[in-house]
Design a protein around this ligand. Structure first.
Ligand code: CUA
Length: 158
Protein backbone atom coordinates (compact mmCIF):
# COMPACT_ATOMS: atom_id res chain seq x y z
CA UNK A 1 0.00 0.00 0.00
CA UNK A 2 1.35 3.38 -0.97
CA UNK A 3 0.81 6.23 1.46
CA UNK A 4 1.39 9.70 0.15
CA UNK A 5 4.15 11.69 1.84
CA UNK A 6 1.82 14.45 3.09
CA UNK A 7 -0.54 11.85 4.49
CA UNK A 8 2.34 10.24 6.39
CA UNK A 9 3.35 13.65 7.77
CA UNK A 10 -0.19 14.32 8.99
CA UNK A 11 -0.43 10.84 10.54
CA UNK A 12 2.87 11.45 12.30
CA UNK A 13 1.66 14.81 13.60
CA UNK A 14 -1.52 13.14 14.86
CA UNK A 15 0.50 10.58 16.82
CA UNK A 16 2.75 13.33 18.23
CA UNK A 17 -0.30 15.33 19.40
CA UNK A 18 -1.83 12.28 21.09
CA UNK A 19 1.46 11.58 22.89
CA UNK A 20 1.75 15.25 23.97
CA UNK A 21 -1.84 15.39 25.27
CA UNK A 22 -1.49 12.09 27.13
CA UNK A 23 1.77 13.37 28.61
CA UNK A 24 0.07 16.57 29.80
CA UNK A 25 -2.72 14.51 31.41
CA UNK A 26 -0.23 12.24 33.19
CA UNK A 27 1.83 15.19 34.48
CA UNK A 28 -1.23 17.15 35.63
CA UNK A 29 -2.64 14.13 37.48
CA UNK A 30 0.59 13.11 39.17
CA UNK A 31 2.79 16.18 39.66
CA UNK A 32 -0.27 18.42 40.23
CA UNK A 33 -2.69 16.30 42.22
CA UNK A 34 -6.36 16.87 41.48
CA UNK A 35 -7.71 18.85 44.39
CA UNK A 36 -10.55 21.10 45.46
CA UNK A 37 -9.96 24.75 44.49
CA UNK A 38 -10.27 26.15 48.01
CA UNK A 39 -7.36 24.66 49.92
CA UNK A 40 -5.86 21.26 50.58
CA UNK A 41 -7.11 19.87 53.86
CA UNK A 42 -7.70 16.17 54.11
CA UNK A 43 -9.95 14.12 56.36
CA UNK A 44 -10.37 10.37 56.44
CA UNK A 45 -13.99 9.68 55.44
CA UNK A 46 -13.93 6.39 57.37
CA UNK A 47 -13.20 8.15 60.67
CA UNK A 48 -14.89 11.48 59.97
CA UNK A 49 -17.44 10.93 62.76
CA UNK A 50 -14.60 10.70 65.29
CA UNK A 51 -12.67 13.63 63.82
CA UNK A 52 -12.64 16.59 66.25
CA UNK A 53 -13.00 19.02 63.32
CA UNK A 54 -16.40 17.47 62.60
CA UNK A 55 -17.45 16.81 66.19
CA UNK A 56 -19.76 19.83 66.43
CA UNK A 57 -21.98 19.79 63.37
CA UNK A 58 -24.11 22.83 62.73
CA UNK A 59 -23.88 26.58 63.11
CA UNK A 60 -21.59 28.41 65.52
CA UNK A 61 -21.96 32.18 65.76
CA UNK A 62 -18.67 34.09 65.59
CA UNK A 63 -17.91 37.79 66.15
CA UNK A 64 -17.77 38.29 62.35
CA UNK A 65 -20.71 36.11 61.34
CA UNK A 66 -21.03 32.37 61.61
CA UNK A 67 -19.28 29.09 60.95
CA UNK A 68 -21.06 26.02 59.61
CA UNK A 69 -19.68 22.50 59.93
CA UNK A 70 -21.52 19.96 57.81
CA UNK A 71 -21.11 16.38 56.61
CA UNK A 72 -22.86 15.00 53.55
CA UNK A 73 -23.71 11.35 53.18
CA UNK A 74 -26.13 9.34 51.09
CA UNK A 75 -28.70 10.97 51.04
CA UNK A 76 -28.68 13.84 53.48
CA UNK A 77 -26.82 16.89 54.63
CA UNK A 78 -26.10 16.72 58.35
CA UNK A 79 -27.52 18.92 59.67
CA UNK A 80 -30.14 19.56 57.00
CA UNK A 81 -31.33 22.88 58.42
CA UNK A 82 -28.98 25.78 59.13
CA UNK A 83 -29.93 29.03 60.84
CA UNK A 84 -27.39 31.70 59.99
CA UNK A 85 -27.28 35.49 60.22
CA UNK A 86 -28.06 37.46 57.05
CA UNK A 87 -25.71 40.16 55.82
CA UNK A 88 -22.68 38.65 57.56
CA UNK A 89 -20.03 36.26 56.26
CA UNK A 90 -20.82 32.60 56.89
CA UNK A 91 -17.93 30.17 56.50
CA UNK A 92 -18.84 26.63 55.51
CA UNK A 93 -16.53 23.72 56.35
CA UNK A 94 -17.78 20.49 54.87
CA UNK A 95 -16.88 17.03 53.68
CA UNK A 96 -18.49 13.78 52.58
CA UNK A 97 -18.61 10.54 54.53
CA UNK A 98 -19.12 8.37 51.45
CA UNK A 99 -19.27 9.49 47.82
CA UNK A 100 -18.97 12.79 45.95
CA UNK A 101 -21.89 15.11 46.67
CA UNK A 102 -22.76 18.57 45.47
CA UNK A 103 -23.61 21.48 47.71
CA UNK A 104 -25.48 24.30 46.03
CA UNK A 105 -27.40 27.01 47.83
CA UNK A 106 -30.00 28.08 45.30
CA UNK A 107 -30.09 31.82 44.64
CA UNK A 108 -26.54 32.43 45.86
CA UNK A 109 -23.12 31.84 44.35
CA UNK A 110 -22.44 29.07 46.91
CA UNK A 111 -21.84 25.98 44.79
CA UNK A 112 -19.21 23.46 45.79
CA UNK A 113 -18.38 19.79 45.56
CA UNK A 114 -17.98 17.69 48.68
CA UNK A 115 -15.33 15.09 48.03
CA UNK A 116 -14.68 12.24 50.48
CA UNK A 117 -11.18 12.75 51.85
CA UNK A 118 -11.14 16.54 51.48
CA UNK A 119 -12.49 19.45 53.46
CA UNK A 120 -14.33 21.98 51.30
CA UNK A 121 -14.33 25.50 52.70
CA UNK A 122 -15.82 28.73 51.41
CA UNK A 123 -17.41 31.86 52.80
CA UNK A 124 -20.65 33.36 51.58
CA UNK A 125 -22.83 36.24 52.75
CA UNK A 126 -26.58 35.91 52.45
CA UNK A 127 -27.73 39.30 51.20
CA UNK A 128 -31.34 38.94 52.29
CA UNK A 129 -33.07 37.33 55.21
CA UNK A 130 -35.15 34.33 54.19
CA UNK A 131 -35.06 30.68 53.33
CA UNK A 132 -32.60 29.25 50.85
CA UNK A 133 -32.77 25.76 49.40
CA UNK A 134 -29.67 23.55 49.50
CA UNK A 135 -29.48 20.89 46.81
CA UNK A 136 -27.06 18.13 45.98
CA UNK A 137 -26.12 18.74 42.35
CA UNK A 138 -23.83 15.75 41.86
CA UNK A 139 -25.50 12.44 41.07
CA UNK A 140 -24.65 10.37 44.14
CA UNK A 141 -26.95 7.37 43.90
CA UNK A 142 -30.54 6.24 43.89
CA UNK A 143 -31.67 8.78 46.49
CA UNK A 144 -29.85 11.75 44.94
CA UNK A 145 -33.05 13.59 43.98
CA UNK A 146 -34.19 13.57 47.62
CA UNK A 147 -30.98 15.06 49.00
CA UNK A 148 -31.62 18.64 50.04
CA UNK A 149 -31.46 21.00 52.97
CA UNK A 150 -32.38 24.49 54.01
CA UNK A 151 -30.62 27.67 55.09
CA UNK A 152 -32.65 30.08 57.17
CA UNK A 153 -30.93 33.46 57.07
CA UNK A 154 -32.17 36.03 59.53
CA UNK A 155 -31.30 38.49 62.19
CA UNK A 156 -30.10 41.29 59.95
CA UNK A 157 -31.89 44.00 57.99
CA UNK A 158 -32.91 42.75 54.57
CU1 CUA B 1 -25.77 13.68 47.17
CU2 CUA B 1 -26.61 13.80 44.93
Amino acid sequence: MKIHLYERIWMGLGVVLIVVFLGIMIVMNTAHAVQPPSHIETVDPKTIWDDPRFADLGVTLTPEGAKVVLVAQMYAFLPAELEVPAGKPVTFRMSSADVVHGFEIVGTNANATLIPGYVTEFTVTFPRAGEYLIVCNEFCGIGHHGMFGKVIAGGAPS
